[in-house]
Design a protein around this ligand. Structure first.
Ligand SMILES: NC(=O)c1ccc[n+]([C@@H]2O[C@H](COP(=O)([O-])OP(=O)(O)OC[C@H]3O[C@@H](n4cnc5c(N)ncnc54)[C@H](OP(=O)(O)O)[C@@H]3O)[C@@H](O)[C@H]2O)c1
Length: 434
């Protein structure tokens, strides 16, 4: 038994917003349960946020208040684990991570931007100093997907991980489908109901999903988290008409983070996709998250649950703290930081898959022939094609799905469509993810 066994774990918590206050509540409510599970007491010693006087719905009077969160890493406070719940890839979160780990203090965070951007540096520092680094809450909130990939599935070569990783986008897409509403309308509603931030850019433009996908790719494939080279597309351009056609064709539109092993290498991307309604992930609705992992020994496993919110996110943070209290300190990103390979992503132009394309065209003879000629010349083979009555603002819609093809060919065809006189607006393309 180590010298540490039985000694309390002393926490310093930076950030007392939605997640931070939730963590304080769980630690206080489940004191005895956590002590029993960890084999030692877990105690909060010091906390930090911007506004000392704000009511956070929890009694903070038993703890030391620290104005500058980086001070929590000062050995004078005697903190053994710093819990960072401020957010942001740089600024105080990064300064605190570096300070804590440099001092050999364990570090737990829910901050996907921080890990996606600086994960390798922080993992290396943690290893060097023998400090724990945990970030379960950074991906899919309450779903223990980091643990699943790092520990439970360690016996598998992973072939793919795909997930619905942003509750706001899933909520918007669900309501667009159920109620036939336009994106802007549902976004406004989501903001009023607290499902979307006042500045929703990170969510709806796919950046939040990209941070999480970069972390999943690193864990699945032993590569450095690489947010810089991750092709990212959000859901602003999804039109109700595409949601209707998706339904007619047996699909549902979901914003996915995908990382997969292909013959060309590792492909990692974030984009809205057509998912067959028979797939488990297509039936994950509202703000729920889900992750599907394919491993060579286990086959397919599916994880579903709340991806955000006070309780679910704090649950993941407290799980990490308990892990550290039990003495778990293994490789932070699944393998030693020095062994992480450069991500070297396969360009999306090399992606092989099937596609949905919607065109608004002039309603006159010969148009269909022009379209099919372009596709044939670019070697894109059509699987199905429908022509529908007049679009609201003139013209008709041609909707087609392709057989498997390489994305560069689809991109070339789309470019040529845009140049055709009969094509009335920029074509819409969605990847189909089986
Ligand atoms: N909310 C979720 O559902 C969720 C889910 C998964 C992951 N996360 C991640 O969890 C982290 C926290 O999210 P949250 O939703 O709890 O955010 P939040 O409600 O905005 O809380 C942020 C907290 O950080 C404090 N803070 C901000 N700047 C600071 C500074 N310079 N110095 C000290 N404290 C500072 C704020 O202080 P004041 O309160 O005094 O302003 C606030 O208490 C983020 O990394 C986020 O991505 C959140």
């Amino acid at each position: 038994m180590s010298d540490e066994a039985g000694k309390p774990i002393i926490l310093g918590i930076a950030g007392l917003g939605t997640v931070g206050a939730g963590v304080v509540k769980i630690i206080e409510k489940h004191k005895a349960l956590l002590a029993a599970r960890a084999g030692r007491p877990i105690e909060i010693r010091a906390v930090s946020a911007r506004d000392r006087n704000r009511d956070r719905g929890v009694d903070l009077s038993p703890y030391d208040w620290v104005d500058n969160p980086v001070e929590l890493a000062d050995p004078a406070h005697g903190v053994t684990v710093v819990v960072e719940l401020i957010g942001g890839s740089d600024g105080p979160a990064l300064a605190l991570a570096r300070a804590a780990l440099s001092n050999g203090i364990g570090f737990v965070t829910a901050n996907k931007a921080l890990i996606a951007t600086h994960g390798k540096e922080l993992a290396a520092l943690a290893e060097d100093k023998g400090a724990a680094l945990r970030f379960e809450a950074a991906v899919a909130g309450g779903i223990p997907i980091i643990k699943a990939l790092r520990e439970g599935l360690a016996g598998n070569a992973i072939s793919s991980v795909r997930g619905i990783l942003n509750g706001t986008c899933n909520y918007i897409l669900t309501r667009m489908e159920r109620e036939g509403l336009a994106f802007d309308h549902v976004l406004k509603d989501a903001q009023q109901l607290g499902y979307a931030e006042a500045d929703p850019t990170f969510d709806i433009d796919g950046i939040d999903t990209a941070h999480k996908t970069a972390i999943l790719a690193s864990l699945a494939f032993g590569t450095e988290p690489d947010i810089e080279n991750l092709p990212t597309e959000g859901i602003r351009h999804i039109a109700p008409v595409d949601i209707e056609y998706a339904k007619e064709l047996g699909y549902r539109i979901k914003l996915l983070g995908v990382t997969q092993h292909t013959s060309e290498g590792i492909e990692t991307r974030v984009h809205p996709a057509m998912v067959p309604t028979s797939a488990a992930i297509a039936n994950v609705m509202d703000a729920t998250n889900a992750v599907v992992v394919d491993g060579d020994a286990v086959g397919q496993t599916v994880y579903e649950g709340a991806g955000a919110g006070e309780g679910p996110t704090a649950s993941a943070v407290v799980g990490d703290i308990t892990d550290i209290a039990r003495g778990s300190n293994g490789p932070r990103l699944g393998i030693p930081a020095g062994d992480l390979r450069a991500s070297d992503p396969v360009p999306v132009a090399k992606h092989r898959g099937t596609y949905y394309i919607r065109l608004r065209v002039d309603d006159r003879p010969g148009v269909m022939a022009d379209i099919t000629a372009v596709l044939a010349e670019e070697q894109v083979s059509i699987e199905s094609m429908l022509q529908r009555g007049r679009a609201d603002d003139g013209g008709v819609y041609i909707v087609l799905t392709t057989h498997e093809t390489v994305e560069a060919s689809v991109a070339a065809a789309l470019d040529r469509f845009t140049g055709l006189q009969c094509v009335l607006e920029t074509p819409t393309m969605l990847r189909i993810e089986a």
